[in-house]
Design a protein around this ligand. Sequence first.
Ligand SMILES: *[C@@H]1O[C@H](CO)[C@@H](O)[C@H](O)[C@H]1NC(C)=O
Ligand SMILES: *[C@@H]1O[C@H](CO)[C@@H](O)[C@H](O)[C@H]1NC(C)=O
Ligand SMILES: *[C@@H]1O[C@H](CO)[C@@H](O)[C@H](O)[C@H]1NC(C)=O
Length: 177
Amino acid sequence: MAGSSSCRVAWWMSVAAMLAVALVAMAPTACMAQNTQQDVVDLHNAARSDVGVGPVTWNDTVAAYAEAYAEKRRGDCLLQHSDSSGLYGENLFLGSAGGNWTGSDAVALWVAEKQWYDHASNSCSAPAGSSCGHYTQVVWSNSTEIGCAGVVCDNNLGVFITCNYSPPGNVDGESPY
Ligand SMILES: *[C@@H]1O[C@H](CO)[C@@H](O)[C@H](O)[C@H]1NC(C)=O
Ligand SMILES: *[C@@H]1O[C@H](CO)[C@@H](O)[C@H](O)[C@H]1NC(C)=O
Ligand SMILES: *[C@@H]1O[C@H](CO)[C@@H](O)[C@H](O)[C@H]1NC(C)=O
C-alpha cells in the first residue's frame, strides 16, 4: 500500500485505481483516472425510487467536505464520524486492507439494512452491532444533495469511504419519507 500514500482519492473508482497503482507502482497521475460518482448517485436513487422518494444529486461542496474528512482518516482509518455541527448527515464505510472497495460497495452495504427497517412503524429490528440508520439516511427524502470520497489508509489499515448528505437526515422522531 505504500505506493499509494501520497495520492488523494477523490472518487470511488480511484480507490480501486490506487490499489492497482500500489501493485504495479505506476505514476500517481493514475489516481484520478476514473470516478464513479454517478454510480454512487445512481445506487442512492435506485434505493430511493424503490420506496417512492425523489432523487439525490452530486454536490461538489458536499463532496469537498467528504474528501477533506476522508483525508483526515488516512492515517488511522478509524470508523469515526466527522463533526459538521449539524450541517451534513454522514455514512461511513471501512473496507479491509487489500480489498478492491468502491463507493458502490459502501452504498450496497448501507442499503442492505433495509431488511431490518419497518417503514409502517418507522422502527428497526437490526441485530446488535447493526442499525438501520445508514439506510434511512440513504432514503431520507429531504436529503437531496450528496458528496462522497474515499482513501486507501496508510500502513495497510484498510479503505475508508464517507458520504455526506445535505440537508442532514435521521432527524429524531421523524420518518425518512
Ligand atoms: C476493482 O473493481 C472494479 C469494479 O468492480 C473492477 O473494474 C477492477 O478491475 C477491479 N480492480 C482490481 C485491481 O481488481
Ligand atoms: C451545494 O451544497 C452547498 C452546501 O450545502 C450549498 O450551499 C450549495 O447551494 C449547493 N450547490 C448546489 C449547486 O446546489
Ligand atoms: C422535510 O422538510 C420539511 C420542510 O422543512 C419539514 O417540515 C419536514 O419535517 C422534513 N421531513 C423530514 C423527514 O425530515
